[in-house]
Ligand binder design. Structure first.
Ligand code: URA
Length: 238
C-alpha cells in the first residue's frame, strides 16, 4: 500500500500540493468513492483510481524502444548535449527510465530504455550473451578475409581480444561497403574500433537489433514507443 498523493505525483499528475487541491475539488475517486484524504493508502495495482474522470494506468516499470537520432547522447543527463531522455514525453520521463547500454552520439537506431534495473542488469551482463546487430557503411571494400578475422576475434587498439563476431557483407565495392555486424559485447566504440583494426572506417552505424528486439521500421529517428506485451515477454524470457 502507498499514499495516494505519492502514487499520483510519481505518475506525473502534479505535485503533492496540486493533488491535495484536486482532492479538495472532488476530482479524485478511488473504487467509486470520492477521496477526502490525499494521504489515504491505496494499492495502485488493484484499486481503481480516477483522476478528473479518467482512470489512471498504473505501472511500476516502463519499457521503451527508441530509434535514436544522430547528435544525441545515450545518457539521462549531460551538461552540453541533448540526451535520449530529453526526447521523451513528460508522461514517460516521470518513470525515470535510462538507456540499457549505450550508442555513440553519432550512432542511430535501436535503443532500449527502461527503469527496470533487474532487466537492465541481465541485458548488459556478458553472461547472457545478448546479440546486438548493426548495419554499417564502411569506407572501403570489405572482404572475406575481414569476415574471417571477425570470426576469429579482432584485437582492438588497446590489446583487447574481442569475442567471435559475425560479419555479413551486403555489398562491397572499391568505393565502399554495406555490412551487418553481430556482436555480443559492448566495448566503447567497439564496431568502429573493430573496423579500424582491419584498416577501415565506419562512416554510418545503425543498430537494428538488440537481443530479441528488432527496430520498428515505422519509428522515425527520434521517435519511440512502448514495447508490446509480446516483445516484452520474449525479451524477459531470454
Ligand atoms: N559500436 C560502436 O562503435 N558504436 C556504437 O555506438 C555501438 C557499437
Amino acid at each position: 500500500m502507498e499514499r495516494l498523493d505519492k502514487v499520483l505525483s510519481n505518475l506525473g499528475y502534479g505535485s503533492r500540493k496540486e493533488i491535495k487541491q484536486a482532492v479538495r475539488k472532488g476530482l479524485i475517486e478511488v473504487n467509486g468513492e470520492l477521496v477526502k484524504d490525499n494521504g489515504m493508502q491505496v494499492d495502485p495495482e488493484s484499486d481503481r483510481i480516477i483522476v478528473n474522470g479518467e482512470e489512471i494506468f498504473y505501472r511500476k516499470f516502463i519499457y521503451l524502444m527508441m530509434n535514436k537520432p544522430d547528435g544525441v547522447v545515450s545518457a539521462t543527463f549531460d551538461n552540453r548535449d541533448e540526451t535520449v531522455v530529453d526526447l521523451l514525453e513528460v508522461e514517460h520521463q516521470v518513470f525515470n527510465p535510462f538507456p540499457v547500454g549505450r550508442l555513440d552520439k553519432d550512432t542511430v537506431g535501436l535503443l532500449f530504455l527502461t527503469n527496470d534495473g533487474e532487466l537492465n542488469h541481465r541485458l548488459i551482463s556478458p553472461k547472457w550473451k545478448v546479440d546486438k546487430v548493426y548495419y554499417a557503411k564502411i569506407d572501403k571494400k570489405v572482404t572475406e578475409d575481414d569476415v574471417n578475422k571477425f570470426k576469429k576475434g579482432i584485437t582492438l587498439d588497446d590489446g583487447y581480444l574481442c569475442k567471435e563476431a559475425k560479419l555479413e557483407i551486403l555489398n562491397a565495392t572499391d568505393e565502399g561497403s554495406e555490412v551487418e555486424v553481430t556482436i555480443q559485447e559492448g566495448k566503447f566504440h567497439q564496431v568502429k574500433r573493430m573496423f579500424e583494426a582491419v584498416g577501415k572506417e565506419v562512416v554510418y552505424l545503425k543498430r537494428i537489433e538488440f537481443g530479441t528486439l528488432k527496430l520498428d521500421e515505422d519509428l522515425e529517428e527520434g521517435e519511440y514507443r512502448e514495447l508490446t506485451d509480446e516483445e516484452l515477454a520474449v525479451l524477459k524470457g531470454f
